[in-house]
Design a protein around this ligand. Structure first.
Ligand SMILES: C[S@@+](CC[C@H](N)C(=O)[O-])C[C@H]1O[C@@H](n2cnc3c(N)ncnc32)[C@H](O)[C@@H]1O
Length: 270
C-alpha cells in the first residue's frame, strides 16, 4: 500500500540486489543477492514483504473473488482460518477495498505473534486476529464473503527451501493431514455466505491433500461449485490447479476455489 514496484526495484538494486519482474504475479519482484530480506529497510518499514510468488498468487486470487462479488467500493468480510504467520492474510488486507476486513485466525497462539508483528509493520487497520481452532470458529453462519483455508499440510511443495522436511513426513501422516484439512473446510463452508468463494490452498503435491480433498468436496459438499481462479502456468489438477516448482520457479502449490450456491437450503426459511 505504501510503495510502488518501480521505486522498490530501484531501492533494492541500490542495495546490491538483482531484481526481476515476477513471473506469475504482475506486481511481484523476484530479488536475489540481498541476504536476509527481513533486515532490509524496505521490509522493516512496511513497504515490501518477502513472500513466495505462489503464495502471492493465492492471496491475489482471494482478493479477485472479493472484488468480483462486491466491487471496488464494497464492504466485505474475509476469513482466513489458518493465518499464521500472516503472509497471505496481510497481502489480502493490503488490497481489500473500502471498509472491508479480514479475520486472521490460527490455533497456535505463539505463531499469531508473527501476525500481529506483520500488522504493525504494515500499519494495517483492517485485520482482526483470532486465536481459535479453525474447525470451531466462534463466528456465525454465512458471515464471510470469502474464506481462505490455507491448510496445514505436508509441505512437500517447499522442499527446495526446506529440504529437511522430507525427513519429517511419513506416508502415514498424510491421512491425518487430510482429516484436519477436511475439518477446516467444513467450518469454512459454514461461515461462508451463499454466493461467496472458498479458497483451499496447500503448499504440497500429494494426491491425499489435493485430488482426494477435491473428490471428497464434490461428494459431500454439493453446495460448493468449483471455479477457476488461476491461469497458466498453473496446471489443471482435478477441479483445482497445481503449480510445480519447475513451472515458474516458485514453491509447489495447489489451489481449489469453490463458490457456494446462492440457493437457500430447504427448511431454513421462517
Ligand atoms: C500453512 S500454515 C498457514 C500459512 C499462512 N496462511 C500464511 O500465508 O502465512 C498453516 C497454519 O495452520 C495452523 N493450524 C493448524 N491446525 C489448525 C487449526 N485446527 N485451526 C487453525 N489453524 C490451524 C498452523 O498453526 C499454521 O500456522
Amino acid at each position: 500500500m505504501r510503495a510502488d514496484a518501480e521505486a522498490l526495484r530501484a531501492e533494492l538494486e541500490a542495495a546490491g540486489g538483482s531484481v526481476n519482474a515476477g513471473t506469475i504475479v504482475p506486481e511481484a519482484l523476484a530479488v536475489r543477492g540481498v541476504g536476509d530480506p527481513s533486515v532490509l529497510d524496505v521490509v522493516a518499514s512496511g513497504r515490501a514483504s518477502p513472500q513466495d510468488e505462489a503464495s502471492q498468487a493465492v492471496a491475489e486470487a482471494v482478493v479477485g473473488a472479493v472484488l468480483r462479488a462486491r466491487g471496488e467500493d464494497g464492504h466485505s468480510v474475509v476469513v482466513d482460518l489458518a493465518a499464521a504467520p500472516g503472509g497471505k492474510a496481510c497481502a489480502i488486507a493490503e488490497r481489500l477495498p473500502g471498509r472491508s476486513m479480514i479475520v486472521a485466525a490460527d490455533i497456535a497462539q505463539q505463531r499469531l505473534r508473527w501476525v500481529t508483528d506483520a500488522i504493525a509493520r504494515l500499519d494495517l487497520t483492517n485485520v482482526v486476529v483470532l486465536c481459535s481452532d479453525g474447525s470451531r470458529l466462534g463466528l456465525r453462519d454465512g458471515v464471510a464473503d470469502a474464506v481462505l483455508v490455507d491448510a496445514p499440510c505436508s509441505g512437500l511443495g517447499v522442499l527446495r527451501r526446506r529440504p529437511e522436511s522430507r525427513w519429517r513426513i511419513e506416508q502415514g501422516d498424510l491421512g491425518a493431514m487430510a482429516e484436519r484439512q477436511r475439518a477446516l473446510l467444513v467450518e469454512g463452508a459454514r461461515v461462508l455466505r451463499h454466493g461467496g468463494t472458498l479458497v483451499y490452498s496447500v503448499c504440497t503435491l500429494s494426491d491425499e491433500e489435493t485430488l482426494d480433498i477435491d473428490s471428497w468436496l464434490a461428494r459431500e459438499h454439493g453446495e460448493l461449485e468449483a471455479i477457476r481462479i488461476v491461469d497458466a502456468p498453473w496446471r489443471d489438477h482435478g477441479r483445482g490447479s497445481l503449480l510445480l516448482p519447475t513451472d515458474a520457479g516458485t514453491d509447489g502449490m495447489y489451489v481449489l476455489a469453490l463458490q457456494k450456491s446462492t440457493a437457500i437450503p430447504a427448511g431454513t426459511l421462517g
